[in-house]
Design a protein around this ligand. Structure first.
Ligand code: FES
Length: 110
């Protein structure tokens, strides 16, 4: 286990994710929620460069769970925080499906 229980990476500096959502604000929001929940020493939220999965953004990755999210919207952040970061349950409907073109489009899921 590393320094943190949970390490969240938000793609903020690739070519496409920053054009698909306000990813800088995503980082601020998640950091704020972690601080309010007293998790600053347990959960780290970092800005990240491109994950080489461009076009599926905005994207986030959560370690050590190795859970990748795609097509994340600002309105999804509270659910990701509460369900996954607080309670360890990934948000299934936002999981990255790399075989599908576009932001995480699984038939019948959105
Ligand atoms: S720009 Fe986010 S994965 Fe490439």
């Amino acid at each position: 286990m590393g320094q943190y229980r949970t390490h969240v990476f938000v793609c903020t500096s690739g070519d496409t994710c920053p054009t698909q959502g306000d990813v800088e604000q995503f980082v601020k929001y998640l950091r704020g929620e972690c601080a309010k929940a007293g998790l600053k020493t347990e959960v780290r939220v970092n800005k990240a460069g491109c994950f080489s999965q461009c076009g599926h953004g905005p994207m986030m990755v959560v370690y050590p769970d190795d859970v990748w999210y795609a097509g994340v919207g600002e309105s999804d952040l509270q659910e990701i925080f509460e369900s996954h970061i607080l309670h360890g349950k990934p948000v299934e409907r936002l999981l990255y499906n790399p075989g599908v073109k576009g932001p995480n489009k699984k038939p019948g899921t959105r």
